[in-house]
Design a protein around this ligand. Structure first.
Ligand code: HEM
Length: 397
């Protein structure tokens, strides 16, 4: 039976994308589909097979720049659309190297010992409540606390940062609502003004934080302009926030669906291997896209130049050619070469931090609340497709 073009707006995908992925993947690894952003011209192709995703993500015949030109055309100032996430070499190489000078394993290690204290702090605010929302009350505030501490922005401003980050994240997801872009423009403007002041303060008075390290990487190498620096910081917040919220939320929900896994984590805590399985099982970033710079062929599909190619990381992570019993949660799965952090030159820069945050958050939650249980029922997933996460998840202790 001929399958209809792949449609990222199909409501079934939001509820549970994996049966649909399986149907398409069984018919072939690459499919044409519906355009995911309003105003975007050209064809859109979807890649579901693991091997095809790995191959495509590494191929220099595909780029990032130009993917969001329809949105960029409406912008009056730089934004996350101009960040390393969405540009090509040589600019990408230069800017990624610069951020890597500041966002070093050492900088990340410096916050690691504080992660547990930060998780505890968020949980303590919930101590006197019998029921609460794991997403809104814990999974959202924790990563924003971590990134704020890492950067050195005042913890009192976490609410603002969370709000800006949310609006910006929505604008890089698939959407049918042009209002999303207006909200992102406003958030971008306010966020940049806020950061500009912060950067100027660091220049006058350096601190022991990532913001200062970025300012100094700029001054020593004379290579990060002020606007590039601000763009980089907005990216670190956007890339590191909702993704990690969803690792915690989707992870907890996956464990709740697998009582043996839940009981194991309740008893022994979760390891890095377990966190990787949660990342694979219900990936918080379901897709990443590229633009075909030339006519391109993948697994027999002829993709015209200018097409958007969407790599369905969540589908690749359930490809039975690579993962035995892919729809089962196996907290001891090894090897586990999932693509939750993408691939090629844009591979996630924050993966070590993300894994540590996931582990610390889940362990803190189970330690603090050994009797934790979730309210069952049909979970509500947030709108969007690229960033997969729950709207709320009621818990009782
Ligand atoms: C569970 C949490 C996370 C997930 C699932 C995730 C996933 C991803 C994915 C899929 C990409 C794009 C890769 C590609 O297109 O091939 C990416 C890029 C990126 N991520 Fe993450 N991420 C997470 C957390 C973080 C954190 C905590 C940070 C930093 C604070 C971060 C910083 C970045 C940056 C800077 C990029 C752009 C890299 C580039 O384009 O060169 N991410 N991430």
């Amino acid at each position: 039976m001929e399958l209809p073009p792949f449609d990222p707006f199909n409501e079934n995908l939001r509820l549970n994308p994996y049966p649909t992925y399986r149907r398409y993947r069984e018919a072939g690894p690459v499919h044409p589909g519906r355009v995911g952003q309003p105003g975007r011209a050209g064809e859109t192709w979807y890649v579901l097979g693991y091997a095809a995703c790995v191959q495509g993500l590494k191929d220099p015949a595909l780029g990032r720049a130009g993917l969001y030109d329809h949105q960029r055309a409406m912008a009056s100032e730089p934004s996350v659309l101009d960040s390393i996430l969405l540009i090509d070499p040589p600019d990408h190489t230069r800017l990624r190297r610069l951020v890597s000078l500041a966002f070093t394993p050492r900088a990340v290690e410096r916050v690691m010992p504080q992660l547990e204290a930060m998780a505890q702090e968020v949980l303590e605010n919930l101590a006197d409540r019998a029921t609460w929302d794991v997403i809104g009350d814990f999974a959202f505030p924790f990563p924003v606390t971590v990134i704020s501490a890492l950067l050195g922005v005042p913890l009192g401003d976490r609410g603002l940062i969370r709000q800006w980050s949310r609006a910006l994240t929505a604008s890089i997801d698939v959407t049918q609502d042009p209002e999303t872009y207006r909200r992102a423009r406003d958030a971008n403007h306010a966020f940049r003004a806020y950061l500009r002041e912060m950067v100027q303060a660091r220049r006058r008075q350096p601190q022991d934080d990532l913001l200062t390290a970025l300012v100094q990487a700029q001054e020593a190498g004379d290579r990060l302009s002020e606007e590039e620096l601000i763009t980089m910081v907005t990216l670190l917040v956007v890339a590191g926030h909702e993704t990690t919220v969803n690792l915690i939320g989707n992870g907890l929900w996956a464990l709740w669906q697998h009582p043996a896994g839940w009981a194991q984590v309740q008893r022994e805590g979760i390891t890095d291997i377990g966190v990787d399985e949660l990342l694979r099982y219900d990936s918080s970033v379901q897709a990443t896209s590229r633009l075909a710079l030339h006519p391109w062929e993948l697994e027999g599909a002829h993709i015209p130049a200018g097409s958007v190619v969407i790599f369905l990381l969540g589908a690749a992570n359930h490809d039975p050619a690579v993962f035995a019993n892919p729809d089962e949660l196996n907290l001891a799965r090894m090897p586990n070469r999932h693509l939750a952090f993408g691939g090629g030159i844009h591979t996630c820069l924050g993966s070590a931090l993300a894994r540590a945050e996931g582990r610390v958050a889940l362990n803190a939650l189970f330690q603090q609340y050994p009797q934790l249980h979730l309210e069952t029922g049909i979970p509500r997933w947030r709108p969007g497709f690229v960033f997969r996460g729950l709207e709320s998840l009621r818990a009782a202790t």
